[in-house]
Design a binder for this molecule. Structure first.
Ligand SMILES: [Fe+2]
Ligand SMILES: [Fe+2]
Length: 431
């Protein structure tokens, strides 16, 4: 009698093998999806471990991450190992090299006693029925370890089971690798951000120091550049500019008179109205300022332009180039208003500061001639915010003094001026 090709139990076994394979593929696909979802790393590792253990009916296990710097494996997720299971294992360099040599393979705890980790911790692993350890190696880097306990069925692990465990282990290894890369990237981004902030602080401090140097040359208008920087900032904010644009505008204000550093001190400090020759010398300062600022790499493109054109007027009667309205860079128009406002509201050697009502009326009258109406309107809105108490910030009050801001009927005066200038739409500073 010829021998049957297979016994009656074999087709059943083959069917079971097929369904196991489908199950393993399903678990791998789930694991892949879990690894791709990087929203919460701890959840990813925990879910991955549960998928792995569940797919093969394993009672208990754990996933540890490896820190080469600390030479330590620390548990990232566990199931069924109890509180007495160590949270971390030290790893010798020899063990690390041995794991790197063998890659992601399932090692029987009982067969790998020559590893220090097992000679030291073997007893606890056996006490918890850990049968396999699987180093997680990705791109020649040890990233972690799987601790795999016994199967619920009590069966030994087959080579097929080990292949599935290793395939899933590789997925988990990739998840850890991605996480490490992300952490490193975040650390570098943080470092760059800190460096940028430090440079920005240094830049702004330098700008202020420069402004103080410019102002120290002129004993009568002490603090002029600093105040113009602050008024420029207020106006830009009222125009609704973004924070970095506002910062750029204030820098332009602080540095607008940098060219005065080359003008003779006796002309700047002349206690009388200077003559034509002296005036010509003084009027070089916008062009000189531009030459000084141009070679410097500013984070804001318009800073040198503000220095060059802050004495231009909309009606073309300004200097150095007699530009008309649209030819004048927008930032220069803002600085022009801030500069003029400070000139009107501070004492000069040959004239006292103007009363508030007169200043407001002057700004209104000259809107459209010297000043851009929408920029004057922005300044009036800022002033109104303080005189009406809408803003608790005392920006103008700090610069002009309480008495000036408490001028009788100032609010209706500003409101009237605001209602009588044709404000148009604002343009933004290019940075
Ligand atoms: Fe100037
Ligand atoms: Fe000025």
């Amino acid at each position: 009698m010829s021998k049957p090709l297979y016994t009656t139990a074999e087709p059943q076994k083959a069917a079971q093998g097929g369904s196991k394979l489908v199950h393993a593929f399903g678990a791998l696909a789930d694991l892949g999806a879990e690894v791709a979802n990087r929203s919460n790393f701890s959840d990813t590792i925990r879910t991955s471990l549960h998928l792995l253990l569940g797919s093969l009916g394993i009672m208990r296990g754990g996933v540890a991450r490896y820190s080469r710097f600390e030479g330590e494996l620390s548990l990232a997720a566990v199931r069924g190992l109890g509180d007495e299971f160590p949270l971390a294992f030290s790893l010798t360099r020899e063990d690390e090299w041995a794991f790197l040599r063998c890659g992601t393979v399932a090692l029987e705890v009982s067969d790998a006693r020559d590893l220090t980790i097992l000679s030291t911790n073997g007893w606890i692993l056996e006490a918890k029925d850990i049968e396999l350890i699987v180093p997680l190696v990705v791109h020649d880097e040890l990233l972690g370890m799987l601790f795999i306990g016994e199967k619920a069925s009590g069966e030994q692990y087959s080579s097929h089971d080990k292949d599935i465990i290793c395939a899933m282990g590789r997925h988990i290894g990739v998840a850890i690798s991605q996480r490490n890369l992300l952490t490193e990237l975040e650390r570098k981004a943080d470092e760059t951000r800190k460096l940028y902030d430090e440079m920005r602080t240094t830049y702004n401090d330098t700008v202020r120091a420069f402004a103080a140097a410019i102002d120290s040359k002129d004993k009568y208008t002490e603090g002029h550049s600093t105040r113009v920087g602050k008024y420029t900032e207020i106006i830009a904010r009222e125009l609704g500019w973004a924070d970095d644009e506002i910062e750029g505008a204030s820098v332009a204000g602080y540095l607008h008179d940098v060219g005065k550093l080359t003008v003779e001190r006796k002309i700047i400090n002349a206690p009388y109205k200077i003559d034509a020759k002296e005036s010509k010398e003084l009027n070089r300062h916008p062009a000189v300022g531009y030459e000084i600022l141009m070679p410097i790499h500013h984070p804001y493109a318009d800073v040198p332009l503000a220095a060059k054109y802050h004495h231009e007027r909309l009606d073309g009667r300004g200097y150095p180039d007699g530009l008309y309205d649209r030819e004048i860079p927008y930032i220069a128009k803002i600085v022009n208003l801030a500069d003029s406002f400070d000139a009107m509201t501070t004492d000069r050697p040959y004239k006292r500061r103007r009363p508030a009502a007169e200043t407001i009326e002057d700004l209104r009258k000259n809107s459209g001639l010297q000043f851009a109406p929408e920029i004057t309107a922005a300044m009036f809105r800022g002033l109104l915010r303080e005189t009406t108490g809408e803003s608790k910030e005392k920006r103008f009050r700090k610069l002009l003094g309480r008495e000036y801001m408490e001028t009788e009927n100032l609010t209706p005066l500003i409101q009237h001026a605001l209602d009588n200038i044709g404000a148009t739409q604002s343009i933004t500073l290019s940075v």
